[in-house]
Write a protein that binds this ligand. Structure first.
Ligand code: ATP
Ligand code: MG
Length: 754
């Protein structure tokens, strides 16, 4: 309205409005759970559009899940009161990077029709490579190599750039060669894995300044949600893209950083102010989501973490129920308890959709699912074994992929003998071998070999039929709807018949899934669009709205909120997980605690935590003790009851003396104070390897900075503290640390000692 404040700004508090209206220049919103960060980001997007500062295609917005992206799109539409045609560059890091890569695929030797491999395909490919290289799979597992690959890619490292010592991380010094081979195979297959999406983007921007400049002109405003969980590759990508306009707004919460295990770096928050000098930092302190008790319990818990920036949080929502803690006998009793509570919530007028059950690990879900199914309690699993990962769905996709691109060997291998065509493992091995030595695809090799005597008898006839079928389907694909084609392919290949004849109890469900698949395909205009969607729906996604309780992992619950949240399995070794305990250090334990913080802060009105005394873990009964996180919540905000007698005395709450108004206190950790002191002294203490990496990419050169120090210089290292340089070897330093002793460190990891 002329003169007046636009409607969408009403209802924001002053700090939120400040963050929305400060559209020019870099902005970092650093704030606790439920303070309206996502709301600020959405409103900001609406504001930019409504004030005509940019058109929808000039915005780049990244969120954590496709669901969050969809929600943001629809909320922006509502805010500015007109249908937003679509913000084409709004999505997850992966989906936006995939879009960019398709436009410039040739710059990294791919065709724009490249396939995106999932984890399963990736493993299959690694297996092939290890076999071809004669590497013992038992000793050096494909899975291990897969996780190394992910780690490098998350750090933005191409084979040439992995650190020398990483070569020795696999197969006696062959890690880099294998990484190279793997990338080479992907190129031949015209495929890339998830990590490549961003990595290829970085390579393209680095090697083609004109392309980058083009994106600089295009993207006038950049917006990033859940910034604390970006990994190095994502960070570098953002930084490159934001160099154009410098109008970047990131929102995040260091206390909710829960993807460290996937390479996320909470330090990206600290780097922001260094990379974007003059960045406006906005802090939001009022929580609009939860009651005083929920916030108090969560805020108290998280103070046990040492490495945090510290923040203030408060709510006007006083009163309400304390966080409930329940001890149960075993997992079955726990499932019964949760189901009973859900039913009584609904009897009291609530809805199933109000409810979320958040577990630490997927295996915990089964007990709840069993119980819910028995009671007919409506529920959905978010991020569980998802539809697109089911074997029959993947088989069907393999047929379609192979029809679309004959060079897709992984698809070829998957279905060449499914259903059975008499083409046994030996024949498949022969094909793979021939394909490798002739450097052609397996389809190509097959075409050749059916004309020779390499393959005989049943295998030969089977292969001939298969190839003929493929040719026919490819022809029909030209002038047929892709969902119709899918139906025909599944029929003519004998695939549907295979399941119809199958007598196992799952067969009927599989046939239903195939029908559902054809239906789902119909929702997309082209086969390409459909396959792209399949490749990108992340395992965190699958939510459909309805009157159902939601069952999901804590990781999948990020950014969401529910009136009633159940947090089962709060036991040592379950949560915190055995793995985090085994690792011993504080880092992984602190990450578990942040996960607990995320869990509690999903609740708006009620949070119910439970633990059991006995747990069947991997087929064995074990008696377990309540999670330390239960003890770490301030007693004032918690009400504990136990049906096992184990917890009746309330031992957990003795000696817990958090401030009564924990939810209103300011926590400032030593880490944060050190950081502030370093900032004040004009020191940049956090750059580390990322900086080197960024400079490498930005300078387009292979040599990072080096040789800044001389023997005798005093330096400071984040982990080892103060020390004196003893020896310099390129980018490597030998430093005698005052407390930690003599260590070899990377130069870019140290700073001048103040
Ligand atoms: P998280 O850290 O969990 O992602 P967040 O900071 O992104 O949380 P939002 O999800 O944006 O928080 O907001 C939390 C809740 O508070 C939402 O229901 C939102 O609509 C509401 N909210 C945010 N700001 C306001 C406000 N100024 N007035 C009323 N409600 C608000
Ligand atoms: Mg949010």
């Amino acid at each position: 309205p002329p003169g007046g404040r636009p409607r969408y700004l009403e209802g924001l508090n002053p700090e939120q409005r400040e963050a929305v209206e400060a559209v020019d220049g870099p902005v970092l919103v650093l704030a606790g759970a439920g303070t309206g960060k996502t709301r600020v980001l959405t409103t900001r997007l609406a504001h930019i559009l409504a004030t005509g500062r940019a058109r929808p295609f000039e915005l780049l917005a990244v969120t954590f899940t496709n669901k969050a992206a969809r929600e943001m799109k629809s909320r922006v539409g509502q805010l500015i009161g007109e249908a937003v045609e679509g913000v084409p560059w709004l999505g997850t890091f992966h989906s936006v990077a995939a879009q960019i890569l398709r436009r410039h695929a040739e710059l990294v030797d791919l065709k724009s029709s490249f396939t995106i491999l999932d984890t399963d395909d990736q493993l299959r490919l690694i297996k092939q490579i290890l076999a071809a290289e004669g590497i013992d799979e038992k000793r050096w597992t494909p899975r291990h190599f897969g996780s190394l690959l992910d780690g490098w890619k998350n750090k933005g490292l191409t084979p040439a750039r992995i650190p020398e010592e990483d070569r020795w991380a696999f197969a006696d010094g062959k890690a880099r060669d294998l990484y190279e081979l793997y990338q080479e195979r992907l190129r031949v297959l015209n495929a890339c894995d998830f990590g490549d999406l961003l990595l290829h983007n970085l390579t393209i921007f680095q090697n083609n300044r004109d392309v980058l400049a083009d994106y600089h002109r295009r993207f006038k405003y950049l917006l990033v949600d859940e910034y604390q969980d970006t990994n190095v590759a994502q960070y570098l990508w953002l930084r490159l893209l934001a160099q154009g306009s410098k109008n970047i707004c990131c929102v995040g919460d260091d206390d909710q950083s829960i993807y460290g295990w996937r390479g996320a770096e909470v330090d990206n928050i600290l780097r922001f102010e260094n990379d974007f000098p003059g960045a406006k930092v906005v802090r939001l302190e009022r929580n609009y989501r939860s009651t005083e008790h929920i916030l108090g319990a969560a805020s108290g818990l998280i103070t046990a973490n040492k490495s945090r920036l510290g923040k203030t949080l408060w709510t006007e929502d006083t009163g309400g129920e304390k966080v409930q803690v329940r001890g149960l006998w075993d997992g079955e009793a726990e499932a019964r308890f949760v189901a009973d509570e859900i039913e009584s919530h609904v009897r009291g007028g609530g809805s199933y959709a109000d409810i979320a059950i958040l577990v630490r690990a997927a295996w915990q879900m089964r007990a709840f699912e069993d119980r819910f199914i028995m009671l007919g309690l409506p529920y959905k699993v978010i991020g569980g074994p998802r539809f697109f990962e089911r074997a029959e769905v993947r088989d069907a996709h393999a047929y379609l992929r192979l029809i679309r691109s004959p060079e897709d060997d992984l698809a070829f291998e998957r279905i060449v003998n499914t259903p059975k065509r008499g083409i046994g493992d030996t024949s498949v091995q022969k094909l793979a071998q021939a394909a490798r030595s002739a450097r052609v695809s397996m389809s190509e090799a097959a075409r050749l070999m059916v004309q020779t005597d390499e393959i005989r008898g049943k295998a030969r006839t089977g292969l001939q039929h298969f190839l003929r079928d493929l040719d026919r389907w490819r022809e029909r694909a030209e002038d047929m709807r892709h969902d119709e084609l899918a139906e025909i392919v599944l029929d003519e290949s004998g695939y549907t018949a295979m399941w119809r004849e199958d007598k196992s109890p799952q067969a009927a469900g599989r046939l239903d899934n195939l029908k559902e698949l054809v239906r789902a395909m119909g929702e997309y205009d082209t086969l390409e669009a459909y396959l792209e969607h399949v490749a990108l729906v992340s395992d965190l996604d699958r939510a459909e709205d309805g009157e159902e309780a939601s069952l999901m992992t804590l990781h999948a619950a990020k950014g969401l909120e529910f009136p009633l949240v159940f947090l089962p399995g709060w036991e040592e070794t379950v949560f915190p997980s055995q793995r985090s305990l085994d690792e011993g250090g504080t880092a992984s334990l602190e990450e578990e605690r942040r996960l607990a913080y995320v869990g509690i802060t999903r609740a708006r009105e009620r949070a119910i935590i439970s633990f059991t005394a006995n747990r069947m873990i991997f087929g064995r009964w074990q008696s377990v003790i309540p999670s330390r996180f239960i003890d770490e919540m301030p007693a004032d905000h918690v009400e504990a009851k136990s049906e096992t007698g184990y917890y009746d005395a309330g031992p957990g709450f003795e000696g817990v003396s958090e401030p009564a108004d924990a939810f209103r206190s300011t926590y400032e950790s030593p880490g944060w104070k050190r950081y502030q002191a370093a900032q004040a002294a004009g020191k940049r203490r956090d750059p580390g390897v990322i900086e080197g990496q960024a400079q490498l990419i930005e300078s387009g050169g292979m040599n990072g900075p080096g040789g800044k120090y001389r023997p005798g210089d005093r330096v400071f290292h984040q982990k080892f503290g103060y020390g004196t340089v003893k020896q310099c070897d390129g980018a490597k330093l030998t430093v005698a640390f005052d407390k930690a002793g003599t260590k070899k460190v990377v130069e870019s990891f140290v700073g001048d000692a103040p």
